[in-house]
Ligand binder design. Structure first.
Ligand SMILES: Nc1ncnc2c1ncn2[C@@H]1O[C@H](COP(=O)(O)OP(=O)(O)OP(=O)(O)O)[C@@H](O)[C@H]1O
Length: 331
């Protein structure tokens, strides 16, 4: 039997048993070596043209996974292929086919215009001179910066910079684009434009692997999502499939100020409660309490929070975010 020739795969990304361990030295007086298992046995495949989301809490192993797939880190075990090429043994073929865009501010020249930035990186990425003008024009259109390309980047908003980053990552027409937290620090309106850019990009047939902390973003954009926590994939499916994890539940959402940890633990112990989560927005805390749908916990929840300053109280159907909380809490 013959194995498939390199590069012929139907899959844009294939990860099999991926692992990565970091060795660190901690302590100053008596340094000790310790190991962190950042990624433990990760398996998944992404079809060509798919928009695939990798979601997980801080430290879950998302960036480590992406860095192994884009050849910046060597796996401790397991293997991965991009468009059929092995990320360790065929680095050059892989690099030619991928783009990498990470959130934040680095990687652009502020004193140059967007156009000059793109011209510079086009040179660097070896885009043929005769193709540069057309390619840059297409990308400025794709990311919605046509007409603003002669302005210096230092005057750009975060959202515009982020869209320029995406254009930069696409100059060499990669088949697979890794987008690591593209909307970090971007305001909601700009984030919406950014999502439109990502959706347009996927519509051109580029495979996108996106990491994000924003559930609504993943829900709107992704064909499939893998939830990673503690270095392992805890759930994988379409947003609708993942949402089913919270089927049969009801959610009470309470805005509150200064809730002590003891009260939060007490909520978790109430009969019928399946999950609790707290999100802090400045002084405001938003508590979500998931319970079995047939149990009405709102009265009990408010009783536990007696004496605490409350804002809006709401009872609603579960969202993808609630399913995500359930998946991560179970890990
Ligand atoms: N260079 C490193 N040396 C040692 N430990 C590391 C290193 N990079 C990451 N880690 C650890 O590996 C684990 C996974 O980190 P990783 O950055 O992949 O997570 P992440 O899901 O991308 O998190 P975040 O959402 O915060 O970016 C964490 O426990 C982290 O502290």
């Amino acid at each position: 039997m013959h194995s498939a020739p390199s590069g012929s795969s139907d899959h844009a990304i294939e990860a099999v048993g991926l692992r990565r361990t970091y060795r660190t030295r901690t302590g100053w007086l008596r340094p000790r070596n310790s190991t962190v298992e950042a990624v433990r046995e990760v398996d998944f495949t992404v079809r060509r043209g798919e928009l695939f989301g990798l979601l997980g809490p801080n430290g879950a192993g998302k960036t480590t996974t992406i860095k192994m797939l884009n050849t910046l880190l060597i796996p401790s075990a397991g293997s991965a292929r991009i468009c059929g090429f092995d990320v360790v043994r065929q680095t050059r073929e892989v690099r030619r086919r991928i783009g990498y865009v990470f959130g934040g501010d680095r990687g652009l020249y502020d004193r140059l215009s967007a156009l000059d930035n793109l011209r510079y990186f086009a040179e660097l990425y070896g885009v043929a001179p005769r193709d540069q003008r057309r390619r840059i024009g297409e990308l400025l259109d794709l990311v919605g910066l046509t007409g603003r390309e002669r302005e210096r980047v230092e005057g750009y908003s975060r959202g515009m910079r982020q869209r320029l980053h995406i254009a930069r990552g696409l100059l060499h027409s990669p088949e697979v684009l890794f987008l690591d937290e593209p909307s970090i620090g971007v305001d909601p309106v700009a984030a919406r434009e950014l999502r439109r850019t990502v959706a347009d990009l996927a519509a051109t047939g580029t495979t996108v692997l996106l990491t994000t902390h924003y559930m609504a973003e993943a829900d709107e954009l992704c064909d499939r999502i893998a939830v990673i926590a503690d270095g392992r994939i805890q759930a994988l499916g379409t947003p609708a499939e993942l949402r089913q994890r919270a089927d049969g539940r009801r959610v009470v959402e309470v805005e509150a100020y200064g809730v002590p940890d003891t009260a939060i633990s007490a909520l978790r112990d109430l009969p019928g409660v399946r999950e609790t989560a707290v999100e802090t927005r400045g002084a405001l805390q938003v508590l979500t309490v998931q319970s079995d749908a047939h149990v009405d916990v709102q009265g009990d929840v408010l009783r536990e929070l007696a004496g605490i300053r409350l804002g809006r109280v709401d009872s609603r159907e579960p969202t993808l975010e609630d399913a995500y909380v359930a998946i991560v809490n179970a890990s």
